[in-house]
Design a binder for this molecule. Structure first.
Ligand code: MF3
Ligand code: CO
Length: 254
């Protein structure tokens, strides 16, 4: 079932999105070579709790941390631990925040120090792919329009698209219907309606698209061990486009 959110619900989801944005900004302050992924997790946990909210991922299907930190060839769902961030790493931070019973989901990939030009391009183009996917979002568009645009852009830049994980609806659950694949055919799939809230989250690989799951039953990495990047926003569909719920708040007064 795909839920259509009321004005009131969208307001609450914007609160969850704002706090998600602010948590990303907080983690970013500390994200440097030398810090452990567990320390980043604690910074996010403390920040979210201090705002009377909850980290959506903690205990979700048994997930043991508040955020996901996925480094280099890790695509998503890296569990924070003793690993130390190094110069030359690319680090994806994925955060879920629940407040007033509503969730928000957002991810960014950061470049730490110097990386090879093709790795920099991977990260920058994955962020662009997210925005290109979002540019298709509006009432009346099809879910397939989003994935087709992302896939076309990725392939044009020599990148591959992970197919095992997809974007999703967001609301009173962190993962709701519909699935939002990062591949597909324009004009196919569910028709978007104003008030639907979806997370669009391309995961693009420098090498081949194939991935495997680690023995921890969470971390997903590329088979060829080449790097992968991930960007995600939670957005609400509107009559003529979309509004990012997990975006920059500096342009807003409320
Ligand atoms: N943002 C992640 C996703 O949409 C959610 C991770 S849930 C966790 O796939 F439990 F793995 F953290
Ligand atoms: Co997500």
């Amino acid at each position: 079932m795909i839920s259509i959110k009321s004005e009131r619900e969208i307001k609450l989801m914007r609160e969850a999105g704002k706090l998600n944005y602010l948590t990303h900004e907080e983690v970013k302050k500390y994200l440097k070579a030398g810090i452990t992924t567990k320390e980043l997790d604690k910074i996010a946990y403390d920040f979210i709790i201090s705002h009377n909210a909850k980290p959506s991922f903690l205990n979700y299907e048994g997930y043991p941390a508040s955020i996901c930190v996925s480094i280099n060839d890790e695509v998503v769902h890296g569990i924070p631990g003793k690993r130390i961030i190094k110069n030359g790493d690319i680090v994806s931070i994925d955060i879920g925040v629940e407040i007033h019973g509503y969730h928000s989901d957002a991810a960014r990939t950061y470049i730490i120090g110097e990386v090879a030009p093709e790795v920099r391009d991977l990260v920058n183009n994955t962020e662009k792919a997210l925005m290109i996917g979002l540019s298709k979002v509006k009432e009346g568009a099809k879910i397939g329009d989003i994935g087709a645009a992302i896939e076309e852009f990725a392939h044009k830049h020599g990148l591959s698209v992970v197919e095992e994980l997809v974007g999703h609806g967001v609301g009173t659950d962190i993962h709701e219907d519909p699935d939002v694949p990062n591949y597909g055919k324009a004009g196919t799939g569910v028709t978007l309606k104003a008030g639907m809230v979806i997370a669009v989250e391309p995961m693009l690989n420098l090498g081949e698209r194939y991935v495997y799951m680690h023995d921890d039953d969470w971390t997903i990495s590329t088979d060829d061990e080449l790097p992968s990047a991930h960007f995600e926003h939670t957005v609400v569909v509107t009559k003529d486009g979309y509004k990012i719920l997990t975006g920059d708040i500096s342009d807003e007064k409320e």
